[in-house]
Design a protein around this ligand. Structure first.
Ligand code: SAM
Length: 240
């Protein structure tokens, strides 16, 4: 499937403010208890057997890519949240560092607290480390990175990787705008509804393959970006 550009026209482009980034993080903390309904297609996300089966099949396809990747020994997972992907990483590596801004999300992460897993609660737009890793993983995070920070984000990822290190990520394609918790979108932002009825504005960018490849390349990472049939964009990368 080809993803159509979703880039706002230059005159409509508004950089994301610090307040909006704070609102995004607060939204995830409020959503922590209901977050997994989305991935597990429960409640409002249950769209019937055929649609659910397609989601699960495509999720399996992406998971298989991660399983086939040589993760090395030391892995950094950015924005791991409730741990859907952390559970796939922790058993395979010597050390896993989880960095997320929300204690509430991390409280649901099954591997946080395991012997080879370290957890840091920090704002990823500020956090840095001298530690170097064999692989950096971020699932359903890149779409939350403001466009004006994309290159800088890949530069940070590259800096955290050892030479020859790997990247893996997965995210939504624009079809995600039709999900039941979406109340609207404009420019780089999307309005999301919580089960409580409250809503929040978050950052949601559907990056085109070429802009991801270009931003990663500028940071010294060769990226291979693919899509599943309906739902997911995913990528593997290698630091030159
Ligand atoms: N990776 C998980 C997954 O695949 O289900 C969670 C992804 S969830 C869409 C986004 C995650 O980003 C949440 O866990 C949220 O707490 C975290 N997050 C949002 N803003 C953040 C920030 N500024 N710094 C660190 N983490 C942040």
């Amino acid at each position: 499937m080809t993803t159509q550009p979703d880039r706002p026209d230059a005159e409509q482009f508004h950089p994301v403010t610090e307040d909006q980034l704070a609102e995004q993080l607060a939204y995830y903390s409020s959503r922590a208890g209901e977050y997994d309904d989305w991935w597990l297609r429960r409640g409002a996300f249950d769209q019937g057997a055929a649609a659910n089966e397609r989601w699960l099949r495509e999720a399996d396809q992406v998971r298989a890519v991660l399983e086939s990747l040589d993760l090395g020994q030391d892995v950094l997972e950015l924005a791991p949240g409730t741990g859907t992907w952390s559970i796939r990483l922790a058993p395979r590596v010597r050390s896993l560092l989880l960095v997320d801004g929300s204690a509430q999300m991390l409280a649901h992460n099954p591997v946080a607290g395991q012997g080879n897993v370290r957890t840091v609660i920090a704002d990823l737009f500020v956090w840095d480390t001298d530690q170097r890793f064999d692989t950096v993983v971020f699932t359903f995070w890149i779409s939350h990175v403001p466009r004006e920070r994309l290159e800088g984000f890949f530069r940070s990822v590259s800096g955290w990787l050892r030479a020859g290190g790997r990247v893996f990520f997965v995210d939504d394609v624009p079809a995600a705008k039709d999900e039941p918790h979406v109340a609207g979108s404009a420019g780089q932002t999307m309005v999301r509804r919580l089960n409580s009825g409250r809503s929040a504005t978050i950052v949601k960018n559907f990056y085109r393959r070429e802009e991801l490849v270009s931003a990663a390349d500028a940071a010294g990472i060769e990226l291979d970006v693919q899509e599943t049939e309906t739902h997911f964009q995913y990528a593997t990368g290698l630091k030159r």
